[in-house]
Design a protein around this ligand. Structure first.
Ligand SMILES: Cc1cc2nc3c(=O)[nH]c(=O)nc-3n(C[C@H](O)[C@H](O)[C@H](O)COP(=O)(O)OP(=O)(O)OC[C@H]3O[C@@H](n4cnc5c(N)ncnc54)[C@H](O)[C@@H]3O)c2cc1C
Length: 397
């Protein structure tokens, strides 16, 4: 069988969107994913809001709007902001341009639309080298190699291995860990959480800390406890995330969500389950731009990893759209055989992405400072007020 033109590494939002868009444009590709099978899914991340001007465009261009609409929650757009004492500041309807979809459902939509044989599961990339002809050679954890592609696209997320062919940038710790947890419909605090958060999302700010609650498609709530801790918080052997009681006690200690947090919010933590760490990393905005590297490029977090800003997956899918468009545009110029046409297509995508990606990271860095400020949630209130969002009269919980 002829070698596909493009190798995509990683089946996250960027890699899957790219695969689907190439499929629609008749460009051959293979997607290598580290997960052992489609059934394995890292549940981290919960729900994503997919914006009309970015992520949804990739979905529409991929011919998947009807499938997306089946899973998307267009009524999950209410945003609420509280402080730790139980005072609400904001209740804002973001409108229908921001439907939420569970990360697993987004993946399912794409997997249903990409021919099975084109995704190679259980293929963790170990490193990318260069062959004697200078072309990229993919070396996988199982000892196999693959080469001969016209283009290798790193869609392999924060710790991209493909990035090493482009630069030696390493992600930097943002100073924040998200402690992810869950409140399921059978949980005794579920109805209380439901009455506060509804179908949307709620932020609760305190000094250097933030609780985020999000409703998921299975009706459960994902609760993110954001804390300022050292980078080795989860790995130094001091914290056992599998010990649910221990995690609850630690999170409720005065170092984190202690006595000065409202009893109701502490009750959410006292009953939470399924604790997992999610350390936040970013790359410096200035490192998003790089000199052209023939036959290799990056999309999504591999290219522009930033702290969460509500746009990461959206921008990742936009990258896929712009890259697929540029390749399609250079089809007549013969990019499959003509290196200059290929490099022109890749550069056309990269130049637009560099500026957009750098801004995305800066936005995430700025938002992290606002959300985790010493006087949080005051700066968050002011941020939303500055955007014209009405601030509520102060009222107790
Ligand atoms: C707490 C949190 C909340 C967030 N919420 C939002 C949100 O609401 N909205 C939003 O737009 N964004 C959000 N983001 C950002 C979003 O999750 C990322 O920007 C997005 O997932 C990036 O997609 P990606 O495809 O580039 O990378 P990823 O989603 O990281 O996917 C990478 C894929 O590559 C695979 N892979 C990795 N290494 C290898 C390897 N060596 N070999 C083979 N495969 C490999 C992985 O298994 C994975 O499938 C959030 C991020 C965080 C941390």
């Amino acid at each position: 069988m002829a070698t596909p033109s493009i190798a995509i590494i990683g089946a996250g939002p960027s890699g899957l969107a790219l695969a689907r868009l190439l499929e629609c444009r008749g460009i051959t590709y293979v997607l290598y994913e580290r997960d052992a099978s489609a059934a394995v899914f890292d549940r981290t991340g919960g729900t994503l809001d997919i914006h009309a001007s970015t992520g949804q465009r990739a979905i529409v261009e991929g011919g998947l709007l009807a499938a997306f609409a089946k899973y998307a929650r267009y009524d999950a757009s209410t945003f609420r902001l509280w402080d730790r004492h139980g005072t609400q500041y904001i209740q804002h309807e973001r409108g229908s341009d921001f439907p939420e979809i569970d990360r697993g459902d987004l993946r399912r939509i794409y997997l249903d639309a990409i021919p099975e044989g084109k995704i190679r599961w259980g293929m963790g990339l170990k490193r990318v080298g260069r062959g004697e002809d200078g072309e990229p050679v993919l070396e996988f954890a199982d000892g196999t190699t693959a080469s001969g592609f016209r283009l290798v696209v790193g869609a392999d997320g924060a710790w991209s291995k493909v990035r090493s062919l482009i630069n030696d940038v390493k992600p930097q710790y943002c100073g924040i860990h998200i402690i992810e947890s869950r409140i399921s419909p059978t949980n005794s605090v579920y109805s209380q959480v439901q009455s506060r958060v509804g179908k949307g999302m709620m932020l609760i700010g305190g000094p250097n800390q933030m609780i985020t609650l999000q409703n998921l498609g299975d009706e459960s709530y994902r609760m993110y406890l954001g804390v300022r801790v050292p980078a080795d918080f989860a790995t130094a052997g001091q914290v056992d995330f599998a010990d649910t009681e221990g995690m609850r006690a630690m999170c409720l200690s005065n170092a984190f969500f202690g006595d000065d947090w409202a009893d109701e919010f502490r009750a959410y933590i006292r009953h939470a389950t399924d604790f997992r760490p999610w350390p936040l990393y970013h790359i410096p905005p200035a490192s998003v731009a790089w000199d052209p590297v023939p036959g290799v490029t990056l999309v999504g977090d591999a290219a522009h990893l930033g702290p969460p800003s509500g746009e990461g997956a959206n921008f990742a899918m936009t990258d896929a759209l712009y890259l697929a468009d540029q390749l399609a545009e250079q089809q007549n110029a013969g990019w499959l055989v003509d290196d200059e046409a290929r490099d022109r297509a890749v550069r056309g995508y990269e130049v637009e992405m560099f500026e957009r990606g750098a801004k995305l990271i800066q936005r995430g860095v700025d938002m992290t400072e606002v959300f985790y400020a010493g006087d949080s949630p005051r700066p968050t209130v002011e941020l939303f007020r500055g955007k014209g969002v009405p601030v509520l009269e102060e009222k107790g919980a």
